[in-house]
Ligand binder design. Structure first.
Ligand SMILES: CC(C)(COP(=O)(O)OP(=O)(O)OC[C@H]1O[C@@H](n2cnc3c(N)ncnc32)[C@H](O)[C@@H]1OP(=O)(O)O)[C@@H](O)C(=O)NCCC(=O)NCCS
Length: 149
């Protein structure tokens, strides 16, 4: 299957919202995605022809970048697509002279943690009670990767 990573546009948001709601217990609203695009964050969509398979949002700042969201829809998981999106974001970050890449992950999300560890991210700290859960709060594990030119 041929897939492409393309810039996210506001027209992608309805399809993104559907995937988001299928894959997260506490999903972002469509307006959060629209606000991210408006704010100038880098959004990427992974597409096969007109079908949206996954997406990611990256914030690039001074010498560092931050992965804010990465998601691959259920039927397309475990085919290396999240790895592809991460590699794309790493390339974009380096092109903007970022030296470090950061992200947060829920301790209760072992698939995502395995993805990040397999791609060179290391745990650097924990933010207490960072995430909402259906029953209260959950910590965030902060992970980082040094980017080399
Ligand atoms: C986490 C997620 C993005 C992984 O997407 P994916 O496309 O299936 O991941 P990939 O196929 O690129 O896998 C890359 C690596 O991730 C890890 N991984 C992915 N799925 C895994 C699973 N079910 N069990 C264990 N490790 C897994 C492995 O290390 C894998 O490398 P390998 O194939 O060499 O073993 C996807 O499951 C998802 O969208 N989940 C819902 C949203 C979410 O939790 N996002 C992350 C928020 S922090």
């Amino acid at each position: 299957m041929t897939v492409s990573v393309l810039p996210m546009s506001p027209a992608d948001v309805p399809a993104i919202g559907e995937i988001e709601r299928r894959n997260y217990v506490i999903p972002w609203s469509d307006s959060i995605f629209r606000d991210c695009i408006k704010a100038g964050y880098r959004g990427f969509v992974l597409k096969h022809e007109d079908t949206l398979l996954g997406y990611a949002i990256l914030q690039i700042g001074f010498k560092e970048s931050h992965v804010l969201n990465i998601c691959v829809d259920k039927p397309y998981q475990e085919r290396g697509y999240a790895r592809l999106l991460l590699a794309h974001m790493e390339k974009m970050s380096m092109a903007q002279s970022a030296e470090m890449m950061f992200l947060e992950v829920r301790p209760s999300n072992p698939r995502a943690r395995a993805l990040y560890e397999a791609n060179g991210f290391n745990e650097i700290s924990v933010r207490k009670n960072y995430y909402d859960t259906p029953t209260g709060r959950e910590d965030a594990v902060v992970m980082a990767k040094a980017l080399s030119a």
